[in-house]
Design a protein around this ligand. Structure first.
Ligand SMILES: O=c1ccn([C@@H]2O[C@H](COP(=O)(O)O)[C@@H](O)[C@H]2O)c(=O)[nH]1
Length: 640
């Protein structure tokens, strides 16, 4: 690689500090600068345990130790220019990476790595709320570690003495910044999450705005205290389409009509920036340690002065970006003692967990939304690959239920269709070693498999179509599925929304180019030399298309289906007219809903089918999608 920094004696250190097998970034990539203000923020969200970095992707190959060095160095840089720097995290710190998911509870080791970062504001995400053991660990370790800096305004925790308390140190934090002495009032709100365990409670924003105690608190601060800025951070998307964000902003403005409000969001895993009015802005900083969000403000304290200056950057999570923005050109001058000790700690945790054990070599990248599932020739579609090659390896087997339930046998040679929700697929599969870590990154969920046996073929053939159809069918059906969890992840929903808006824009401009990005239509100085650019984020937000620090070529995006479905015909000669419908237990309610729709008025048929649902394979730690992938890699892509 042409890397001026690595030609120094320091190059050896690069290889020590990047985690095992990790690729060095391209230090020649073109970069947009940060513009410092008097109040600056670094924001992370939805890290999901990726503290090891993305070893197969040079663009995101830094680890959490590098991030800690970056934050420390940037704090020095902004201080020299007379600015404060605050660090903010908006939750979801596990589920999706071996480092966090190989321990019980999830996050037991990875949280201790995360906690080395000196956050000023930390809060809880929905992934801290699914499992009671995880919520307890978070409440008993992370909350005391960050003390007054860990807050939540609308999430509560049930303590052992059976009393409810706020999930954090307080509902708010009021403090002064170190350098400029700004008076900050911080609040934290999570989206309306209903899937939590029995020890947690989320009060939706629509209910919060009616709470007397909250209105008393806001009145008190607005009338009795100096508030230079309201910082509202939480596990909640910042998009204009997310109605809870608009409701919250409208409510806060009734107490603080002129105060600058800075929002930080998360959950939908995208890079995003929005302006809600001319004295507020909102930043969302992606996912999985791919992005560090940077936001700076100047002239924001008084409505009388000139317009506030707002600047945002989405920083790629690699050493090139981190060193560039802190003006360091050797690794030894960049790394801090704490940063390098955290890198070493991660390496030893990864060794203990054997995260880099690998079973074969993935020959090329497979993409969830950057390849077209609907094009059967698109060899890079992860969803099509999973559908055609991976889930078809499933066999009936019982683990927990062994001896308690008969093992399913396809005695009549039925055909078989296996369905999974696309939301269970969390990340692309990249070219390179298929490691233990990849078992968790592509699909971390430990779901079990169920079967509806003997479904008439014409009924079975409709299920995927019904589940993938647009909302108009769903709301029009007599049996609404509104109460059911989303089949898509929030990220996939955001992707589909982007595809839809790009289609609208394209059809408006030139008669319709399916699934092309808007970047095609934006005149951009760097478009002239796209060949030399690498693929990566090109973010479209309320400020335009220049927010990403590294100048990339944009990957195409394609619509993601709600569910994917394999179909295996069985041997022709003796095939029955029935199909066994096999699916992840997470989507059982959806399957039954779709079955009911497909059965139409034939209530008896539906009742007979639904009454026969049983476990097909309950060995989740051996047969979930991650493990089926591993089996395929061992059989088809072993090391030579
Ligand atoms: O067991 C599970 C749990 C969740 N999902 C999918 O994930 C989203 C939730 O997204 P988060 O970003 O994790 O909050 C849910 O809607 C499902 O699509 C799953 O497939 N299996």
């Amino acid at each position: 690689e042409s890397n001026p920094h690595l030609s120094t004696p320091d190059d050896q250190i690069v290889h020590i500090d990047l985690q095992k097998g990790a690729r060095t970034p391209d230090f020649a990539e073109p970069m947009r600068e940060l513009s410092h203000g008097t109040l600056n923020f670094l924001h992370t969200t939805d890290t999901h345990g990726w503290y090891l970095g993305h070893v197969n992707q040079k663009q995101y190959s830094s680890d959490w130790g590098d991030f800690i060095s970056f934050a420390e160095q940037l704090k020095n840089c902004t201080a020299i220019e007379g600015g404060d720097l605050l660090l903010v995290d908006t939750g979801d710190r596990h589920d999706g990476n071996g480092l966090s998911d190989l321990t019980f509870p999830h996050g037991q080791v990875s949280e201790t790595i995360f906690m080395n970062a000196d956050y000023d504001l930390v809060t809880v995400g929905n992934h801290e709320l699914y499992e009671a053991s995880v919520s307890r660990y978070e409440y008993e370790n992370m909350v005391p570690h960050y003390g007054p800096r860990y807050i939540s305004t609308n999430v509560e925790y049930l303590k052992d003495d059976n009393t409810w308390t706020i999930f954090g140190n307080s509902t708010h934090r009021y403090f002064q910044t170190e350098i400029n002495g700004y008076h900050v009032l911080a609040l934290s709100f999570m989206f309306d999450f209903t899937g939590g365990n029995e020890r947690v409670k989320v009060t939706p924003i629509s209910e919060m705005v009616k709470k007397q105690w909250l209105s008393d608190l806001l009145s008190y601060y607005s009338q009795n205290k100096q508030v230079d800025i309201l910082v509202v951070f939480g596990h909640l998307p910042v998009s204009h389409q997310w109605t809870e964000a608009g409701l919250l902003h409208h409510y806060l403005r009734t107490f603080f009509p002129d105060t600058f409000i800075q929002y930080f969001g998360g959950h939908s895993h995208i890079r995003d920036f929005a302006m809600y009015d001319n004295r507020s802005s909102a930043l969302q900083s992606g996912r999985y340690c791919e992005t560090v969000g940077f936001l700076s403000l100047s002239d924001f304290t008084s409505v009388e002065t000139a317009d506030s200056e707002v600047h945002r950057r989405y920083i790629d999570f690699n050493l090139h970006s981190f060193m560039h923005h802190t003006g360091k050109n050797t690794l030894s001058s960049f790394e801090t003692d704490l940063g390098s000790s955290v890198s070493r700690r991660i390496a030893s945790a990864a060794r203990e967990m054997r995260l880099s054990d690998s079973w074969g070599y993935v020959p090329h990248n497979f993409y969830m939304s950057a390849a077209d599932y609907y094009n059967s020739h698109d060899k890079k579609s992860l969803l099509r690959f999973l559908q055609d090659k991976i889930i078809t390896q499933l066999k009936p087997e019982l683990c927990e239920l062994k001896g308690r339930q008969p093992l399913y046998k396809n005695t009549h040679n039925n055909s078989r269709s296996i369905l999974i929700n696309s939301g269970s697929i969390r990340y692309d599969l990249y070219k390179g070693d298929f490691t233990r870590n990849a078992l968790f990154t592509v699909s971390p969920f430990s779901n079990k498999w169920k079967v509806v046996p003997n479904v008439p073929k014409d009924i079975a053939a409709q299920i995927q179509g019904i589940l993938n159809a647009g909302d108009y069918i769903i709301t029009g059906a007599s049996t609404s599925r509104k109460h059911l969890p989303d089949l898509l992840s929030p990220y996939q929903k955001a992707t589909n929304a982007r595809v839809a808006s790009a289609k609208m824009l394209n059809s408006h401009l030139d008669g319709g180019i399916p699934s092309m990005s808007r970047d095609q239509h934006v005149l951009h100085p760097i478009d002239t030399d796209k060949k030399s650019l690498s693929y990566g984020y090109v973010t479209h937000d309320d400020f335009g298309v220049y927010g990403d620090d590294t100048i990339h070529k944009e990957l195409p995006i394609f619509r993601v289906p709600n569910v994917i479905a394999s179909f295996e015909g069985g041997a022709n000669s003796t095939r029955t007219p029935y199909t066994d419908l096999v699916f992840y237990d997470f989507i059982q309610d959806h399957i039954l809903w779709a079955l009911k729709v497909a059965c139409g008025g034939n209530v008896k048929l539906y009742n007979d089918l639904a009454g026969n649902v049983s476990y097909y394979n309950d060995c989740s730690s051996k047969y979930n999608v991650g493990h089926l992938l591993k089996k395929y890699v061992q059989d088809h892509w072993p090391y030579k």
